[in-house]
Design a protein around this ligand. Structure first.
Ligand code: NPG
Length: 366
């Protein structure tokens, strides 16, 4: 397949509800959508970098620069027969996983379409539904948090993740746990604590949480290994796992018992699948994280989450949870059993709506 043209679309869309984490509050979600044109087909990939370097060091601007000046020139006009060809061409580029993932994933979509395979089948996944949960941001008050969780439970979500930070942790978790004793509950700190907070984090052990996600520094595995030994609740890493190598290092020193795999954070579907396979060999469960994606990124996440070792529900909620109107169709809708159905059409199985793309677009590289 010859890559004839690559387009970048910088879009910004208002979120249905503002989302607050330990590093800030988001009202709109900017992202870059990558379109790869080859042989009359268009493959799509979503770059999950945000406006500022808060979750990781990448931003929309760094991703735009690296895509335009280094990654696109590696594939433009080239014959690409498998995702491995793209990975090999990107090998010289250090870092910038979200930029790499966006272009690699767009090629996966185009290649899958060219072979009339769904992305799921091309990845080697098998399920027709994937279990999902919802991530609830930090709310102004405990009452508002309880209302929000109540709304999601009523929608049918059986697993809820609460964002925590110092001052919004034990009491918030206690309030939710008391009201929903049987809900599958987990927390995510986005690196808001230090090892000195171990006694406080140990207090969370009484709430029967599925996991505590990334409590300590965003690049650390050593302190996490120390903390993991002090907690009964399984520790899960997100930010610290940038690649299959990081996953292996973390598992080798018992820094975590669970890994959150985000396609953007680890540099694309190829690396995501490698981490899945490694964890599978080591008996470590994984789940698919989310970055408030549009349906383009969500479709890739759903396909990835069909791999067998994705045994915990992902942060892949129904489309309506994110945007009033998504940029691509069809929407993902929550099934009664807290799952999303897996598209079966060739490629990602969603179509970008040109009018919506133009309306949401701030910048275009054609
Ligand atoms: O459902 O897509 C989703 C959001 C899941 O909480 C979620 N993501 O740290 O995992 C995270 C968090 C996040 C969101 C991080 C946005 C950065 C930006």
């Amino acid at each position: 397949m010859k890559i004839e043209r690559v387009e970048l679309h910088h879009v910004d869309m208002p979120l249905a509800h503002p989302f607050e984490t330990s590093f800030g509050r988001e009202i709109t979600r900017p992202c870059i959508l990558v379109a790869v044109h080859a042989g009359g087909l268009t493959g799509w990939g979503e770059c999950t970098a945000h406006g500022g370097p808060w979750y990781s060091s990448e931003t929309i601007e760094t991703a735009w620069h690296v895509l335009r000046d280094f990654l696109i020139p590696q594939v433009l006009g080239q014959e690409v027969d498998s995702p491995a060809d793209v990975v090999a061409r990107f090998k010289r580029v250090r870092g910038h996983p979200m930029a790499r993932a966006a272009l690699e994933n767009a090629v996966w979509d185009a290649l899958a379409q060219a072979q009339s395979l769904s992305l799921t089948v091309m990845l080697g996944g098998g399920r027709d539904r994937v279990p999902v949960g919802v991530s609830v941001g930090i709310e102004p008050t405990l009452d508002e948090l309880l209302d929000r969780v109540a709304g999601h439970v009523a929608e049918g979500y059986r697993r809820v993740k609460l964002k925590i930070k110092p001052g919004w942790d034990v009491e918030a978790v206690r309030a939710v746990r008391e009201r929903w004793p049987d809900l599958q509950l987990q927390v995510d700190a986005n690196s808001a604590y230090t090892l000195d907070d171990a006694p406080l984090l140990r207090e969370l052990d009484e709430f029967d949480l599925t996991l505590i996600e990334q409590p300590l520094h965003y690049d650390d595995i050593v302190d996490h290994a120390q903390l993991a030994r002090q907690l009964r609740t399984p520790l899960c890493l997100d930010e610290s796992i940038h690649s299959p190598e990081h996953a292996r290092w973390a598992l080798d020193i018992d820094a975590c018992r669970i890994i959150n795999i985000k396609v953007g954070r680890v540099g694309g579907l190829t690396a995501a699948r490698q981490i899945h396979d490694l964890c599978s060999e080591r008996g470590v469960p994984v789940w698919c994280g989310g970055m408030l994606e549009t349906n383009v990124g969500r479709a890739a996440n759903v396909a990835l989450a069909t791999l067998p070792n994705f045994t915990l529900p992902g942060d892949i909620s129904a489309s309506a949870r994110y945007y009033r109107q998504d940029i691509a169709e069809p929407n993902f809708v929550l099934n009664d059993d807290s799952t999303l159905s897996v598209p079966t059409e060739p490629g990602l199985g969603v179509c970008v709506i040109p009018k919506r793309l133009t309306a949401a677009r701030l910048r275009h590289l054609a």
